[in-house]
Design a protein around this ligand. Structure first.
Ligand code: G3I
Length: 296
């Protein structure tokens, strides 16, 4: 595979440009330039585009933390922001991460649903309901509304909590399951025991399918302990398994990795977590992706 880097991807996401910090720099103002820029870049290359995200506890606008009350957040701030962003980006969005990383890391009810200053503004999920019901109102009918999180590919307490939050959104924000999706970020490490098995992932996809909801792989990268060729082969095998889990599930619709090449990756070039090396050359995992697609 020579020079495939520029044509390899057919689905894109903005790494930072659609986050709240970027889209509403002061209260009530809409600034979609960066987000629209990535969407246009994708469209110009024949690629589809997904939206990440309308809420995350990180990268919030500086005006927000500490400045609004819980009821202002739920009644005004969240609905206005979600409407502004989703309406402003239009229908050319395959899915929106309406909520990113709101599930805590234990079997707890969401602990990260704070205002970013460490203060929990809400003690229930009202702001989550407000965001999803607003998204349902303004997103186009074929745009999936996602709950996106990391470490939810296995069969553990966090994953159970994620399913409970999904059910809560369905029940209390009145979002039908056929509009809902779970985004499995999939930031993993190429070491035994540090990634969910293909069968666990497939079981979660099947559980979603039984509800009528969809599954998305939204931020796959696989960090290496060392950039040895053995690790690269292990990385390729895991990548292929994740792809197969998605390809062979009837309700898995998007498969996207986080950062396109090692030198641009948030985990750093040394982690070598992407499909292409620092020179843009395809790594074994990229060949594996091509092979699995061909076999499918
Ligand atoms: O834009 C400023 C720039 O003006 C400044 O000079 C520079 C100095 O450090 O920082 C720049 O901002 C950085 C921003 O990326 C844009 O490059 C922030 O410091 C940096 O923290 C931010 O990192 C992003 C991170 O989210 C924030 O936590 C990463 O690029 C991005 O890959 C990462 O993405 C997240 C997903 O959104 C959610 N899932 C996990 C994933 C990885 O952490």
């Amino acid at each position: 595979m020579t020079n495939v880097y520029n044509t390899f991807f057919n689905h894109m996401v903005a790494e930072n440009g659609c986050k709240w910090q970027s889209t509403e720099p002061s209260r009530g103002t809409s600034s979609l330039t960066a987000c629209l820029g990535v969407q246009s870049y994708a469209t110009a290359r024949g690629a589809s585009f997904r939206g990440h995200n309308t809420f995350w506890h990180s990268q919030l606008p500086s005006w927000l933390p500490g400045s609004v009350t819980a009821s202002d957040l739920v009644t005004n701030v969240i609905p206005q922001h979600v409407q502004q962003e989703i309406q402003g980006m239009g229908s050319n969005v395959t899915s929106w991460d309406v909520m990113n990383e709101i599930v805590g890391d234990g079997n707890d009810w969401p602990t990260k649903a704070s205002d970013g200053s460490g203060t929990n503004l809400v003690t229930d999920l009202s702001f989550v309901h407000a965001a999803f019901s607003t998204a349902l109102k303004y997103a186009s009918a074929d745009t999936r509304l996602a709950l996106n999180d990391y470490n939810t590919g296995g069969n553990d307490a966090k994953t159970a909590c994620m399913f409970a939050v999904l059910a809560d959104i369905n029940a209390n924000a009145a979002v039908p399951y056929d509009r809902l999706a779970v985004g499995f970020q999939s930031h993993i490490t190429a070491a035994p025991g540090q990634f969910s098995s293909k069968s666990a992932l497939a079981a979660n996809f099947a559980k979603l399918a039984a509800l009528g909801a969809d599954a998305l792989i939204t931020e796959l990268d696989i960090k290496l302990n060392s950039a040895s060729s053995a690790d690269e082969r292990y990385q390729a095998a895991i990548w292929g398994d994740y792809l197969d889990a998605c390809l062979y599930a009837a309700n898995c619709f998007e498969f996207i990795n986080w950062d396109a090449r090692d030198d641009l990756s948030w985990i750093g070039a040394a982690g070598a977590g992407t499909l292409f090396d620092t020179n843009g050359n395809a790594k074994p995992a990229a060949y594996e992706v091509a092979a699995r697609l061909q076999r499918y």
